[in-house]
Design a protein around this ligand. Structure first.
Ligand SMILES: [Zn+2]
Ligand SMILES: [Zn+2]
Length: 431
């Protein structure tokens, strides 16, 4: 749970910020500055207290408490530790569009080495993917919107905003926290016509917006292959069925799937992460079992199906050719992330208006990393976009112990969320 000291501190800060809300342009800018400042304090507090997938109890309690403090309707426990905040605009919000903005909240099992004053106080855990920043940015936007609403700046808006704080993006299996929230009725309870999510992008200029229409991130699956042979004395191989030979041949033939079965125009990856057979020091024993652990990725749903089928076929047939048998456990992770063309165009438009054309790349390359927001995009049109985390020398990639979310990105990401809301709720309808 959020400690009372932190909550009291945020409350006091908020009380000071609230006094400045007025109706002038300067007051709006001031409100934005204060929202970004508050988001920085929140970000560093979340960074100090990282929590793993589906264990984000302190973070989600803090999210819920802050949303309530800003007068926003809150729903907790969706997808175990997920939170949804609801903001309604206009006299008949149900007649306007439903918009979903999503931020992920979980950290990673990595020992932090940033040396920052707000470093993780939990040994072996850290926010090494910037989800502390994503959560803080969406909170900052929520706070700013509640300020705008209070001063009457949203009187022309119409529709319902769903602020989706999602757990377990890093879980990697079974659709992650995104699918967990959907199984708890996310889109039935909180109807969203369009959905958007932002991730920071290391080694890009701060605030640069990158996205693309169509497939942007890969599906990611895990496979366990167990090959059973017949163990025996190393001196008498003809009396055994050697699974080591079978697994070695399988590692080589698996690479023929990408080069011989997948269309050269398509993207696919099969990587062997682990190969295991025998016990240490047993030079003279042919083992009975060998195991493989694979990571499998594709940028097209049909290619993903092909990879699954061919891995199964090769594991079985290759093993049989060595008098062994294979058992394949294919575990679906996240699907291919596909952006809707009109939604990515909307992200580009808002980004250009906020930051200028040089800070927008609407045709960034697709990447073979994965993201559980893909499951949400399978059922609702939307757009996943990246924002630069800074490219200063020495800045680290995500999932590195020296990585840190750049607080300078917070004001820009808040502006992006506000800009999207303005387009959606103040415009006619979705394109
Ligand atoms: Zn990550
Ligand atoms: Zn991430």
């Amino acid at each position: 749970m959020l400690d009372h000291q932190t909550l009291a501190f945020l409350g006091a800060l908020e009380a000071r910020a609230g006094q400045t809300i007025g109706s002038t342009r300067a007051a709006v800018d001031d409100n934005l500055k204060r929202s970004a400042h508050l988001a920085t304090l929140i970000r560093q507090d979340i960074h100090r207290h990282p929590e793993l997938a589906f264990a984000e109890t302190r973070t989600s309690a803090m999210v819920a408490a802050l949303l309530r403090m800003w007068g926003i309707e809150v729903h907790e426990g969706i997808g175990r530790t997920g939170v949804v905040g609801v903001m309604r605009f206009g006299n008949h919000p149900e007649e306007g569009p439903g918009l979903g903005l999503r931020a992920d909240m979980d950290a990673l099992p990595i020992e932090e080495q940033t040396g920052k004053p707000y470093s993780s106080v939990r040994r072996g855990l850290m926010h090494a993917c910037g989800h502390d920043g994503h959560t803080a940015a969406l909170l900052g936007a929520a706070r700013h919107l509640s300020g705008l609403k209070a001063q009457g700046a949203c009187s022309q808006w119409n529709g319902t905003l769903h602020l989706i704080f999602q757990p377990a993006e890093e879980c990697g299996l079974d659709g992650g926290g995104a699918l967990a929230m959907m199984r708890d009725g996310l889109f039935e309870r909180f109807p969203c016509e369009r959905i958007f999510a932002m991730h920071n992008a290391p080694s890009q200029p701060v605030g640069k917006v990158l996205t693309r229409a169509g497939p942007m991130m890969a599906s990611s699956d895990r496979v366990d292959v167990t090959i059973r042979g017949e163990g025996g004395h190393a001196a008498f191989p003809h009396r055994s069925a050697d699974p080591v030979l079978a697994v070695a041949a399988l590692v080589m033939s698996l690479q023929s799937i990408v080069s011989r079965n997948v269309d050269p125009q398509d993207t696919a990856v099969i990587s062997v992460g682990r190969m295991l057979a025998g016990e240490r020091g047993t030079y003279n024993v042919i083992p009975a079992l060998a195991r493989l652990e694979l990571s499998v990725r594709a940028l097209d749903a049909q290619v993903r199906v092909l990879l699954e089928r061919r891995i199964g076929e090769l594991a079985r047939l290759q093993s049989e050719s060595f008098n062994c048998s294979a058992q394949v456990n294919y575990m679906h992770g996240y699907p291919v992330l596909v952006n809707d063309a009109s939604c990515s165009a909307l992200v580009e438009k808002v980004a250009r208006e906020c930051f200028g054309s040089t800070m927008v790349d609407g045709q960034t390359s697709a990447i073979t990393g994965s993201e559980d927001f893909a499951s949400m995009l399978e059922v609702r049109p939307g757009c996943y976009f990246l924002m630069g985390n800074g490219n200063a020398p020495g800045s680290c990639m995500v999932h590195h112990p020296g990585y840190d979310f750049n607080d300078e990105l917070l004001p820009a990401s808040i502006r992006m969320w506000i800009g999207l809301c303005r387009e959606v709720f103040n415009g006619a309808r979705f394109p």
